[in-house]
Design a protein around this ligand. Sequence first.
Ligand SMILES: Cc1cc2nc3c(=O)[nH]c(=O)nc-3n(C[C@H](O)[C@H](O)[C@H](O)COP(=O)(O)OP(=O)(O)OC[C@H]3O[C@@H](n4cnc5c(N)ncnc54)[C@H](O)[C@@H]3O)c2cc1C
Length: 294
Amino acid sequence: MHHFQYLTPQSVDEAISLLESHRTRARYIAGGTDMIVKIKEGKAAPDYLVSLKHIPELDRLVYDRETGELHIGALVTHRMLETSDMIRRHYPIIYDAVSCIGSVQIRNVATIGGNIVNAVPSADGTIPLIALDAKIHIIGPKGERQEELQHFFLGPGQNILDEGEILTRFIVPPLLPHTGSAYIKLTRREAMELPILGVGVIISLDDDKTTCTRARISLGVAAPTPIRALSAERFLKGKSLDDTVLEEAGQIASEESRVRDSIRGEAWYRREMVRVLVKRMAKRCLEQIKTEQP
Ligand SMILES: Cc1cc2nc3c(=O)[nH]c(=O)nc-3n(C[C@H](O)[C@H](O)[C@H](O)COP(=O)(O)OP(=O)(O)OC[C@H]3O[C@@H](n4cnc5c(N)ncnc54)[C@H](O)[C@@H]3O)c2cc1C
């Protein structure tokens, strides 16, 4: 295997200056579950790996009671999210997604930041955060910026980060009242596998719990980048969500997807499953709202 030097900066500024001083010969590493595989396979050959693991502020998971915002540090592992009672209770869509990533061993080290920066259309962690309208906070050699997560992806494996930039955290805006959320990863078998399709749905209802006030539908492996099914979301807003309406929303989402054939599944099957799973996840959201604690 290619040899590299492993550097352990203690702050974001130190990490950025280390990367700048070694330029293209250096890469950031978080949990390493993607990076080390790439090095082993000869797809990456950095001379320096700049670890983000020792930077304390990057692995914070904080729900701000005053603003209702959720802050997820980029170095938070999938396992930290999976085992958080707060996440399980208030953000079932995140729980559903992270608890099906790889194995417990992978989830113990793999981070949500690494999952998103990789920018593969099959990344399970991406879909819930897009549906939740998450923003991302980025720090780099030229300063700080905030962007919408849904605009982060430029194509398979490509994102908007400039050289030396670090994704530091995700900011999830407050949930509306009476909200349910769910994610499903469609795989061929019950084993460690990347999804044929990933479907996330969030539904909010009015105080009478009859009319949809907001809908979010996000899809993975349904296009070259993760996408939102915007027409289906618009269709649901303001409607009473009976079976016929949900069926129609699934159909619209299916028509919006830009699926293709791949080794894991054919386009026609993905399109059909978008239709089925959008409806199924929406029903799960409605069930959560119906049984919510006062
Ligand atoms: C056996 C196995 C099973 C897997 N199963 C799944 C699965 O079911 N679903 C799924 O979605 N993924 C899966 N993965 C992929 C991988 O585990 C996840 O994508 C993981 O979240 C990557 O995070 P990491 O911290 O390990 O990333 P790393 O490997 O450390 O980094 C990945 C990339 O992101 C960059 N990077 C990391 N963090 C930052 C940051 N904060 N700022 C800027 N750049 C950064 C690195 O430079 C690198 O290019 C699997 C991997 C393995 C090996």
